[in-house]
Design a binder for this molecule. Structure first.
Ligand code: NDP
Length: 293
């Protein structure tokens, strides 16, 4: 059976067009959504991510603010910039591109961002709200992107066994919380597996929905996937190909073999990746809308 390919590019474009409409309505009420991105240092991948975020802001009609700080700044320097943005009414979302240089205390930066402007949903208050299923707040971008991909592809989670591979604070843990919520679009039975799990392959084989978020290229192979399971690949790994001399983006799932057993699967690139940025933009427009309430 060849799997349905879940097209993250098309679904994120649909979400972005809804966000652009919401933006136009807010602007008519005198509010322009504003997203500020702080980039510390010269990491080339971070520069690309920030460029993409700024470009998407422009496409959707947002105000974007890019704050570039040199490699040798201190945590206190970055916090001073965050505080200015916290007090700036034109800014509704703030994020610091990860990873910052090693001298920077990333957790202190997360704490410094106003919970109302926490576009990534990393703040403790907002993470707690996700766990308790609070409906109106900011949501974690990548897990929310996964939930929207499933919902908009017509894949019901209710009563299904979802196995999340990976337990990071950014993906695995919040995604597990979202999948298990008692709500129409969730209601899954969730298992989380990680590097301490015994018989990982055996557990993954029991899943109706497999979500891989570990950062290991081609880790999930066809023999680990039940016939007809839905497979969502969050992984983004840069793999060097000695034949072409170039590196290629590869997911955590061995796409070519797994698509033969899965009923639906996301590609990398073009699956979860574009959803993450679409949900970041949605968080920002939602935060801007909340200032009118
Ligand atoms: P982390 O490195 O923070 O977490 C990885 C998790 O996977 C950990 O829980 C770790 O276990 C687990 N793990 C690692 N190796 C194994 C293994 N061999 N067997 C079982 N479990 C393992 O990664 P992130 O969650 O931040 O990201 C995961 C992947 O998703 C990466 O490729 C990243 O680039 C990608 N990503 C993609 C995004 C997108 O927009 N598409 C957004 C964010 C991330 P333990 O806890 O025991 O160490």
């Amino acid at each position: 059976m060849a799997a349905m390919i879940i097209d993250g590019k098309a679904i994120s474009a649909q979400i972005n067009s809804e966000t652009a409409e919401m933006t136009a309505k807010l602007k008519a009420q005198g509010v322009t959504p504003g997203l500020a991105v702080i980039l510390v240092g010269n990491d080339p991948a971070s520069q690309v991510y920030v460029r993409n975020k700024v470009r998407t802001c422009e496409e959707l009609g947002f105000e974007s603010r890019k704050i570039t700080m040199s490699e040798d700044v201190t945590t206190a320097d970055v916090i001073r910039e965050i505080e200015k943005l916290n007090n700036d009414p034109a800014i509704h979302g703030i994020l610091v591109q990860s990873p910052p240089p090693p001298q920077i205390d990333e957790a202190a930066l997360i704490d410094a961002i106003s919970p109302d402007k926490d576009a990534d949903c990393f703040n403790e208050r907002n993470v707690g709200r996700v766990l308790i299923g609070h409906r109106d707040g900011v949501k974690p971008c990548t897990p929310w992107g996964v939930m929207e991909l499933l919902k908009r592809s017509g894949i019901s989670l209710s009563g299904k066994h979802a196995v999340v591979i990976g337990r990071s604070n950014i993906v695995g843990k919040p995604l597990a919380a979202m999948l298990m919520q008692k709500s129409r679009d969730a209601n899954a039975t969730v298992t989380v597996v990680h590097s301490g799990t015994k018989n990982l392959a055996e557990i993954v084989r029991q899943a109706d929905v497999v979500i891989a978020a570990i950062g290991k290229a081609n880790f999930v192979t066809a023999d680990m996937v039940k016939e007809g399971a839905v497979v969502i690949d969050v992984g983004i790994n840069r793999v060097f190909n000695p034949e072409t001399g170039k590196s290629k983006l590869t997911g955590d799932v061995d796409f070519e073999s797994v698509k033969e057993v899965a009923s639906a699967i996301t590609p990398v690139p073009g699956g979860v990746g574009p959803m993450t940025i679409a949900m970041l933009m949605r968080n920002t427009v939602d935060a801007a809308a909340r200032t009118l309430k």
